[in-house]
Design a protein around this ligand. Structure first.
Ligand SMILES: [Zn+2]
Length: 480
């Protein structure tokens, strides 16, 4: 129904943890988890009389991430106090950036569509509450962890696109090594503003803000639920209430948390304990030089250099580690013509990725190395083994982590390519299959497939099917 009448408008606010050694304003270690309250100090717990000191590494990573998104870095940005009371926030305010953020503008391409960004700003994270039977406990280890918040324009058109937008951000930030972007550990989090409007209308509808989506699936499902809920409301002539809603992952519904009237007034003001953050052009430039080749650029390079499809290149470059694996494997090939690289691509994106998925392993922990898979593909391409044999060898490679040439040697799996041998096998097969032979003589040339099949079966897949095919045709033609 939504498709006919309404269109969806989504804007996302994404928080990522910056991968620094220490927290944003103190020297406490910045690592996930650990014994509760084991990594805290007077600064991150907001004791009286302490002063925050900005972590230069966090500024560097925030600028690097912003540059990767094409944002304009502001030479001067200002930290501000965002004030609210919550037990996981010991200072009763969070140091964030408000009117003058670190970065503005920028964009991300999602399925060829440009999604513009509003801004990116730095802030500190809060602690964590743990609700137990004995009462609620608070862990301040996370308090003061450096965050970058990336705010998109309301230009995302569907829950699916929102999930893909997030995946692209994650990919970019992992390429830049600014964050793990692990949603399960909370190092990437996302809030969404979503509204509907009648098709063709310019003005935005009334939005609801969705919080607590902790996975890509959660984002997609929460937003899909919200599209349905708002559509039903509008269709029966109701109005959408501007409110904050929480996604309940178990029940798969969003629930109202607070309305606009109850919304926080954070009473922002410039943080008096920190000077404005001023960065010089040379500093920005030096960071720019550390940017890696980003996925979009890599896709184009692969397409041009290897003549692979955009789809293949997208799969290969989605994770930096997979792209690295692919490039190393290409280096290991004995020849790198288009057909060979395409064969390699298929082995990586289909067979190997399938194995890794089942075993729930990252590519960095693959049981088959880039060198091993390159060798396998080279053996296929030079005709030593057939595609069918390669599948068997691949299984052994995965199980025993042996090199393909060792396996071929040990198992005697070399492809039969010698002309004499092939001829001998073909002659024998023709003699043994006189019925098929007669059919062939009567003009049914298609039956040759049955003869090839029979030979492949007899030789355990070791005969080279192309050679068998042409040899059979040659022999049969002689007998006609
Ligand atoms: Zn601290």
């Amino acid at each position: 129904m939504n498709k006919e009448k309404f269109e969806t408008v989504i804007g996302l606010e994404v928080h990522i943890h910056l991968k620094t050694a220490s927290k944003l304003f103190c020297r406490c270690e910045n690592i996930f988890g650990g014994k509760p309250n084991s990594r805290i100090c007077p600064i991150c717990t907001g004791q009286p009389g302490v002063l925050p000191v900005i972590n230069k590494e966090a500024v560097k990573l925030a600028i690097k991430a912003s540059l990767a998104l094409g944002c304009r870095i502001k030479k001067k940005s200002v930290f501000a106090r965002k004030q609210y009371f919550y037990p996981d926030l010991p200072k009763n305010y969070q140091i964030s950036q408000y009117k003058l953020p670190l970065a503005e503008g920028g964009h991300v391409y999602v399925d060829g569509e440009k999604i513009n960004l509003t801004r990116a700003h730095m802030e500190e994270d809060a602690g964590k509450l743990k609700h137990t039977a004995a009462g609620s406990l608070v862990d301040y280890n996370r308090t003061g962890t450096p965050l970058l918040e990336i705010v998109s324009e309301p230009e995302i058109k569907s829950p699916d696109q929102a999930a893909r937008y997030l995946k692209i951000l994650r990919s970019i930030f992992r390429y830049c090594e600014v964050s793990d972007c692990d949603m399960e550990k909370g190092s990437m989090r996302c809030d969404a503003n979503i509204s509907l409007r009648k098709k063709g209308e310019k003005e935005l509808g009334i939005k609801s803000e969705i919080k607590n989506m902790n996975s890509f699936r959660g984002v997609r499902n929460a937003l899909s639920y919200e599209v349905k809920r708002q559509t039903a409301e509008l269709e029966k002539g109701g109005v959408i209430v501007q409110e904050t809603r929480l996604w309940d992952e178990k029940k798969e519904v969003t629930k109202s948390m607070r309305s606009k009237e109850e919304a926080h007034d954070y009473r922002y003001f410039p943080e008096p304990d920190l000077p404005p953050l001023e960065v010089e052009e040379t500093f920005i430039q030096s960071i720019k030089e550390t940017l890696p080749e980003l996925p979009r650029v890599k896709v184009k390079r692969y397409m041009k250099r290897y003549n692979l499809s955009e789809y293949d290149c997208g799969v290969l470059t989605a994770e930096k580690e997979l792209a690295d694996f692919f490039e190393k494997a290409v280096d290991g090939l004995t020849k790198t013509d288009e057909a060979t690289v395409k064969t390699l691509t298929n082995w990586i994106t289909v067979e190997l990725s399938g194995k890794l998925n089942v075993a729930e392993l990252e590519i960095t922990r693959s049981r088959i190395s880039s060198k091993m898979i390159a060798e396998l593909v080279s053996l296929i391409e030079d005709g030593t083994i057939s595609g069918k044999m390669a599948k068997k060898i691949f299984e052994i490679m995965w199980d025993k982590q042996e090199s393909p040439s060792d396996i071929v040697e040990k198992e005697g799996m070399k492809q039969i390519t010698s002309d004499d041998k092939i001829e001998g096998i073909c002659k024998k097969t023709i003699e043994n299959h006189s019925k098929i032979f007669k059919k062939y003589l009567s003009g049914k040339e298609g039956v040759i497939g049955a003869l090839v099949g029979s030979i492949m079966k007899e030789t355990g897949g070791q005969a080279n099917p192309q050679l068998v095919n042409s040899k059979l045709r040659e022999l049969l033609a002689e007998k006609k």
